[in-house]
Design a protein around this ligand. Structure first.
Ligand SMILES: Cc1cc2nc3c(=O)[nH]c(=O)nc-3n(C[C@H](O)[C@H](O)[C@H](O)COP(=O)(O)O)c2cc1C
Length: 366
């Protein structure tokens, strides 16, 4: 994984009728205006609407990778819109991993009449404060340039538009300008704070290039927005790992919170998305055992040597390699160059406990 040279900002939106998206484009243009910061607009869920259908959908985990996040949502009943709220309610793992703590955030919103819009901003700020994010308000930035003859959506907490007041085109020129100014100011905050923040996951690889980097497996995963699961207990007369010489041998399956995650046959009882989740859970179990083998010290892991993925599939299944990439990507994200490994995948008629996947891993350690 290559570390980005420019700070990366995610402009994360929900938009139904396009008002928030119109503001997002202005915010993104403000962020990228002087060329020193990159901005990517993503949505919290896919939309079939023509202007939104090509806007990519963000995953919860990727939030941890950015140097700052600008959040945009419609106002729904003086609050955050339901889809944005639902997305935020899935960020529990990021929260317990402290993954967004100290990261700059800013908020913009599209309102109809503007009823309750400051309440909605406050509610948004409240959720982001619980994550420990550093919130950037607008104050009265840019208000001098507003046309005072029409109602304007600006708020001291962030840019806004009054989408249902159609006496003029919305967002108005002034509302757009304030959104752009907000983006420009946010880029400066993100740039200034970048070095002062915990490394984003894109930088974890670089950090971990240094042998014996003083970072634990738990911390490195937390920076990627992932929690290290508890050490899985053996289900029979064997050890969770054996070390011989400098090699550690580990075998795990998709046990999560004491039971198999998505038991069954891939493509029959288990969907593609569920299978990927199971691979992720299995690889996290592998890392939990590895953590035990190296006393938690990521610097002692010299190389991921080999991963073998056994998948619970029907005879004609052929997509093992793509599923296994979830495990391989995790190894590469965690260990950088040292995460590149040899690999084998195969299908099996049955796997213990109906786990959709079992992974064998061999690591070289100090
Ligand atoms: C369920 C619902 C509740 C809403 N509540 C409010 C509200 O409390 N105050 C307001 O000004 N607009 C409200 N609106 C209007 C939206 O905020 C407005 O249409 C906004 O521009 C939509 O943004 P979008 O174009 O990005 O989807 C509501 C809309 C919906 C669908």
């Amino acid at each position: 994984q290559v570390a980005h040279t420019k700070p990366q900002v995610l402009v994360l939106i929900y938009s139904d009728t396009g008002g928030t998206y119109a503001l997002a484009r202005e915010v993104a243009a403000g962020i990228t205006g002087d060329g020193s910061v990159d901005a990517t607009i993503k949505q919290v869920k896919g939309s079939p609407k023509s202007d939104l259908k090509d806007v990519p959908v963000a995953t919860v985990a990727e939030l941890a990778r950015y140097d700052g996040i600008a959040f945009g949502s419609p106002v729904y009943f003086g609050n955050i819109s339901t889809p944005m709220s639902e997305f935020l309610s899935q960020t529990g793992d990021l929260w317990s991993a402290h993954a967004l703590e100290g990261k700059p955030a800013t908020v913009f919103m599209s309102a109809g009449s503007g009823a309750g819009k400051e309440l909605a901003f406050q509610s948004f700020w409240g959720s982001l404060a619980v994550h420990g994010m550093l919130l950037m308000p607008n104050g009265i930035r840019g208000v001098e340039g507003l046309d005072k003859t029409v109602p304007q959506g600006n708020s001291v907490l962030g840019a806004s538009t009054l989408a249902s007041l159609k006496n003029v085109e919305r967002p108005t020129l002034g509302e757009r300008q304030i959104a752009r100014d907000q983006g420009r100011a946010f880029a400066r905050v993100v740039s200034a704070l970048r070095g002062a923040l915990p490394a984003s996951s894109s930088e974890v690889a670089a950090v971990t290039e240094v042998p014996k980097a003083a970072i634990t497996i738990r911390e490195a995963l937390a920076r990627m927005g992932l929690a290290l699961p508890p050490l899985p207990k053996p289900a029979g007369n064997y050890s969770p790992f054996v070390r011989t010489g400098n090699l550690v041998f580990i075998n795990q399956y998709a046990l999560k919170d004491g039971k198999i995650l998505h038991p069954g046959k891939i493509g029959v009882d288990v969907t593609d998305a569920q299978a990927k989740e199971s691979v992720q859970a299995t690889m996290l179990n592998v890392l939990s055992v590895l953590n035990e083998a190296v006393g938690g010290d990521l610097g002692r892991v010299k190389q991921a040597v080999q991963l073998t993925g056994v998948f619970n599939t029907i005879d004609t299944y052929a997509d093992h390699a793509r599923l296994m990439n979830t495990a391989s990507d995790l190894a590469a994200d965690l260990l950088g160059e040292r995460g590149h490994h040899a690999r084998m995948t195969l299908g099996a008629n049955s796997v213990p406990g109906q786990s959709p996947v079992e992974i064998q891993a061999i690591f070289e350690v100090e």
